[in-house]
Write a protein that binds this ligand. Structure first.
Ligand SMILES: Cc1cc2nc3c(=O)[nH]c(=O)nc-3n(C[C@H](O)[C@H](O)[C@H](O)COP(=O)(O)OP(=O)(O)OC[C@H]3O[C@@H](n4cnc5c(N)ncnc54)[C@H](O)[C@@H]3O)c2cc1C
Ligand code: FES
Length: 346
């Protein structure tokens, strides 16, 4: 059974220079299921090889029946250039569907405020989450700190200002421009974060949830600054777009013996042996099982699954938070069974 489904581009909108929004539906016109904050993964052939790229969904199921995603053209980028420069309404794209854990908690009652930090194209999943909270969580305070080079580079500038006008009692957007004259309010920095928290966080920090999406160094700085301000890591979620710009140094599992993996996927049960250096994903591929994946290096979360029995050890993980790991979440692309056999639901 193929893991791919065909989608059709039904509209294309230019947002800013080199940034376009694409609306897609399944070829049979049925809706593509997704949650706010998730991404959609597409497969394409590049130099004779199958490659995959993921794009965060910028629409919200709470305010639109349409699914759209927004792409920034990357110089020399294989797929972003294909989409931004050449894709037309009516084109078909092959997808493995929506996935990702940069979503809202199932129980939002514990939180009274959600603060978002976005930089550049990192706004896409955050735009979806902001709209979803404003439309479905009455009373929740929403704050967005959005960094760009200049006003001309701000994606969704008018839409964000319109939301701030409609939900003026509980949504505030702060635009930061790195080209601003006032250097204290230009780039987001370790010094600026406590100031912004003081200005905009209106409830105790235990009742505030933080979401961050932007370049790697931006996210690392923001997470460190928030932790220094006493924000617990369980209250901070991040989404990483950059899966291929740094070398990943993979560790070796503490147990390299062969163990049986029982995999439950799409209503079917499979059993196969996995032994280091082969990951669970690689072993599943060898069996002809089409599991979802994208980066294959533990950075995107496309391959996230749940271990319901036994133990899976991850050689690398940049996406699952402690909270996810506690609930059995694993990555098949960097996961190895250790200490015995395991059962995985994917
Ligand atoms: C979870 C997730 C969500 C994402 N959401 C979005 C989103 O909402 N919007 C968005 O625009 N992007 C998003 N991305 C990023 C997106 O998936 C792509 O990584 C991005 O579009 C670049 O892909 P590409 O094929 O155009 O570039 P690639 O071909 O992968 O190239 C990327 C970079 O590597 C360089 N490069 C490539 N090949 C070589 C080579 N042989 N030698 C030297 N340099 C090389 C290119 O110059 C380029 O700078 C997301 C990524 C993830 C993981
Ligand atoms: S495929 Fe990206 S984390 Fe596994």
């Amino acid at each position: 059974m193929s893991v791919f489904q065909t989608t059709i581009i039904t509209s294309i909108k230019e947002e800013t220079a080199g940034v376009k929004t694409f609306t897609v539906t399944y070829a049979d016109d049925s809706a593509i299921p997704y949650e706010a904050g998730q991404f959609i993964t597409f497969a394409f052939t590049h130099h004779g090889r199958e490659e995959r790229r993921s794009f965060s969904i910028s629409s919200s199921p709470a305010d639109s029946k349409l699914l759209y995603f927004t792409v920034k053209r990357v110089d020399n980028g294989a797929y972003s250039r294909l989409l931004v420069d050449r894709a037309k309404v009516g084109d078909h794209l092959q997808t493995t569907g929506a996935a990702g854990l940069f979503t809202l908690p199932t129980d939002m009652n514990a939180y009274k405020q959600v603060m978002f930090f976005a930089a550049g194209i990192g706004i896409t999943p955050i735009f979806s989450l902001v709209k979803t909270i404003l439309h479905t969580e009455p009373g929740k305070i929403v704050t967005l700190i959005y960094s760009n080079r200049s006003k001309e580079d701000v994606v969704f500038y008018h839409e964000l200002n319109a939301l701030a006008a409609v939900f003026s009692d509980r949504f505030k957007v702060v635009f930061l421009y790195s080209t601003a004259f006032d250097l204290k309010r230009a780039r987001l920095s370790k010094e600026l974060i406590p100031i912004l928290l003081g200005e905009y966080v209106a409830v105790p920090k235990e009742q505030t949830l933080f979401y961050i999406c932007g370049p790697f160094a931006y996210m690392r700085m923001a997470i460190l600054a928030l932790e220094e301000q006493g924000i617990h890591t369980d209250h901070i979620r991040k989404e990483n777009f950059n899966t291929n710009d740094r070398q990943v140094k993979k560790a070796e599992p503490p147990d390299k013996a062969s163990h049986t993996v029982t995999l439950i996927h799409s209503g079917q049960q499979y059993q196969f042996a996995v032994q280091y250096p082969e990951t669970i994903l690689q072993a599943a591929k060898k069996q002809g099982i089409s599991l979802p994946y994208s980066c294959e290096v533990g950075r995107c979360g496309s391959c996230a699954a749940r271990c319901t029995s036994g133990q899976v050890w991850l050689s690398y993980n940049e996406v699952l938070m402690d909270m996810d790991l506690k609930h059995g979440a694993i990555l098949t692309c960097t996961g190895y069974p250790v200490g015995g056999d395991v059962v995985i639901e994917a």
